[in-house]
Design a protein around this ligand. Structure first.
Ligand SMILES: [Zn+2]
Length: 367
């Protein structure tokens, strides 16, 4: 009898309950930019570091707060909340492509879309605009570099699954630096395209290269190892090398760094995976904020594309954590945004994910 009661209770956690929503609310309501109090005298940053913790909501941050010996996000001095739904019929739950596009371009699109609208038209990204304004640009990921989040900043394609074509577009792009995994998608013909477009390939994080050319660093066949399985290079090592490179340029930079695998810990309902990836995020955030302390004109923003797993934290025996999940997929839960540096106070707000993209583009254009 007790066993049946436990199973029944567990089913409630797993399956949830259907809530009827009135017809007029079924298409998600989008927060407008007019919802934000206009800040007077916002400073424009010289450079921007955007950290995207994929699949990381309040549950993952809470897990990290109690299970890791450090909580780097508390060093940010501005905090807000982000609404993440796609423009995809009645759906409230986004994927990384749609939400990545929102942050990269300021526009909402359907799940699976990489910086294209519903008709398949390319939407210009903040990274492309930054290039027009002579910034150095870069993306870093611990997944394949052609995965949805980094792809959204560089490529334009109707489906995130076309990673071979995304590699081709990245090779042809003018992005100065691309670091991460996924060498399997960079076939010989793609590398030829890269070489023809003033680029070069490195396979070791500290490999010497020609600084007058674009650089693509591919450090694994597929995704990089999880943080707890000796990721090499670490997320922080990749970010540090990028900052060392950009530091030598007079003009500012726009760098997007994705801690990609927190999301995969959520998908696999694996608390230890989440804990490890959040530890990697702590190291990354600490390094970026230490850099910001010495370069006060840099804006550092940390946010997520969506939550994953519906993670919540409860007490277990002996001070351990009871980590529970409502799903093995993304949830529609709001995610936090943290910021420090010139223009950071803009993010002291509840905003739509497209507002992040729009504001970063404003900063890049200095208008
Ligand atoms: Zn995911």
């Amino acid at each position: 009898m007790k066993k049946i009661a436990i199973i029944f209770t567990m089913m409630l956690f797993v399956f949830g309950e259907e809530l009827q929503v009135i017809e007029s609310l079924k298409v998600p309501y989008q927060l407008g930019d007019d919802a934000i109090t206009t800040f007077k005298g916002l400073k424009t940053p010289k450079s921007i570091i955007l950290i995207i913790a994929d699949g990381t909501g309040i549950g993952q941050y809470t897990l990290s707060y109690y299970a890791n010996n450090n909580f780097a996000p508390s060093r940010f001095d501005h905090v807000g909340l982000v609404v993440t739904h796609p423009d995809d019929g009645l759906k409230k739950v986004t994927d990384s492509a749609s939400s990545g596009t929102a942050m990269a371009t300021g526009a909402k699109t359907y799940n699976g879309a990489i910086s294209v609208d519903k008709e398949g038209n390319a939407i210009k990204t903040a990274m492309e605009i930054a290039k027009e304004f002579n910034y150095s640009t870069g993306v870093i990921a611990t997944s394949t570099v052609t995965h949805a989040t980094p792809a959204s900043f560089i490529a334009h394609i109707d489906s995130r699954s076309k990673e071979g074509e995304i590699a081709r577009q990245m090779a042809r792009s003018n992005t100065d630096l691309i670091f991460g995994g996924g060498e399997k998608y960079w076939t010989d013909d793609v590398i030829s395209i890269l070489n023809e477009h003033n680029g070069q390939l490195i396979r070791e994080i500290d490999a010497p290269y020609d600084p007058s050319k674009r650089v693509v660093g591919l450090f694994d066949h597929g995704a990089l190892n999880p943080h707890t399985e000796e990721r090499n290079p670490t997320t922080t090592q990749m970010a540090k090398r990028a900052l060392d490179i950009f530091d030598r340029k007079a003009k500012g930079f726009f760098l997007m760094i994705e801690e990609s695998q927190i999301d995969w810990g959520g998908h696999s309902n694996n608390a230890d995976y989440i804990r490890g990836e959040m530890e990697s995020l702590n190291n990354l955030v600490n390094m970026c904020l230490n850099y910001q302390e010495k370069h006060k004109d840099v804006l550092v923003v940390l946010t997520s594309d969506h939550e994953c797993g519906g993670v919540s934290i409860h007490d277990a025996e002996n001070g351990n954590l009871d980590v529970r999940y409502t799903s093995d997929y993304h949830s529609a839960n709001f995610v936090p945004i943290f910021a420090t540096g010139p223009g950071a106070e803009f993010f002291d707000a509840m905003i739509d994910n497209t507002t992040i993209g729009k504001q970063l583009i404003k900063y890049i254009k200095n208008d």
